[in-house]
Design a protein around this ligand. Structure first.
Ligand SMILES: NC(=O)c1ccc[n+]([C@@H]2O[C@H](COP(=O)([O-])OP(=O)(O)OC[C@H]3O[C@@H](n4cnc5c(N)ncnc54)[C@H](OP(=O)(O)O)[C@@H]3O)[C@@H](O)[C@H]2O)c1
Length: 320
């Protein structure tokens, strides 16, 4: 089978097309003939070598989110899965391939009307956005800021906050054109990356969903209302300064909270229930899946170059 492996850590050119035997599903796993593979920010981090401490080796196949047809199952897995079109989470790798294995508890049947491309655009991002908002105890009538809204998680957080009855949904993004696209998805106020607004925007927010983190994260604590909650769901700009908690303690009287959130802490059955509802909503056209570009699997280098250039609004998807 054709797959994409990391030949050298560093730039996108370190990815190479390779020919490998198809993996065999182990006990509790299924084999998926992939139709679509999502390109995620974590794939680019692994490829860059930034996560070397986690033991990723040369030859690693990136990609954690796939959709396609189950073609074989391992021991202990119901054979009725064979032939079904599913979304699947393969873990931290194995997805950029014509065939990929996933644990059976991490697959979900695709509803009719939802394409494989849409499924890998929504599957992980929607769950992170949903439970990130829940982690922030978001309630209807509150004001929300989504920091780093132009990626797949942010786009879902904007839509879910708007559908959930937010009084205002502010976003940070680098361009006015992206701001307009985000307005069409439910954003009410567009800020630049620093949080400055061209037009009047809420002075404070009850909830901040932060995909960015990095050096500027503490400055956004100033934008929380009393009892405001910031939840970091990503760190596309790297870690925040080590002393960021000082800022929260300095504004003690505002009773602000900060939390990190990973979907890995949500039980698989709860993730599946939400993903199932979101897939159905997307199939009905109530949630928009924003696909930046669909490229063939062997153009993975180009996909990563586009990610590195900051060109991507939504999701890049590889098809095999
Ligand atoms: N919590 C979880 O369970 C979970 C699960 C999966 C992934 N993640 C994490 O989520 C993140 C990826 O999410 P994503 O795919 O939605 O994001 P993304 O597309 O990589 O980035 C989101 C947006 O952030 C803005 N941005 C990029 N660099 C920035 C910077 N230096 N300063 C300010 N803004 C910047 C960009 O928009 P503009 O150019 O328009 O500003 C970009 O479109 C990763 O950190 C990944 O590890 C978390």
């Amino acid at each position: 089978m054709k797959a994409i492996a990391i030949r050298t850590f560093g730039g996108p050119e370190g990815l190479a097309v390779v020919d490998l035997p198809a993996p065999a599903p182990a006990a509790g796993q299924v084999l998926i003939a992939t139709e679509a593979v999502g390109v995620g920010g974590v794939d680019t981090l692994i490829r860059s070598g930034a996560l070397a401490a986690y033991g990723f080796k040369k030859g690693h196949i990136p990609g954690g989110e796939v959709a396609g047809i189950v073609t074989a199952v391992g021991d202990g897995v119901d054979t009725s899965w064979i032939g079904r079109r599913v979304w699947g989470f393969t873990g931290t790798g194995g997805g950029y391939a014509e065939q990929a294995v996933a644990p059976v508890e991490e697959i979900l049947t695709l509803p009719r009307g939802l394409s494989a491309v849409a499924a890998v655009t929504l599957g992980s991002a929607g769950v992170v956005a949903h439970f990130g908002l829940r982690h922030a105890r978001f309630a209807p009538g509150e004001t929300v800021l989504v920091r780093g809204a132009a990626g797949s998680i942010g786009i879902m957080a904007v839509q879910l906050a708007a559908r959930g009855g937010a009084a205002a949904v502010a976003v940070t993004t680098a361009s006015a054109e992206r701001g307009e696209r985000l307005r069409r998805l439910g954003a009410t106020h567009v800020l630049d990356r620093s949080g400055a607004a061209g037009t009047p925007a809420p002075a404070g927010h009850d909830v901040i969903i932060d995909v960015v983190a990095g050096a500027d994260m503490p400055s956004f604590f100033d934008r929380l209302n009393p009892n405001g909650r910031m939840v970091a769901v990503g760190a596309v700009a790297g870690r925040p300064p080590a002393d960021f908690g000082t800022k929260i303690m300095t504004a003690f009287q505002k009773s602000m909270s900060f939390a990190a959130f990973s979907a890995a802490t949500v039980p698989p059955a709860d993730r599946h229930a939400v993903r199932s509802e979101q897939f159905a909503a997307a199939g009905r056209g109530e949630l928009e899946t924003v696909v930046h570009q669909v490229l063939p699997l062997d153009k993975a280098v180009l996909a990563h170059q586009k990610m590195a250039a900051g060109e991507v609004f939504g999701r890049i998807v590889l098809t095999s």
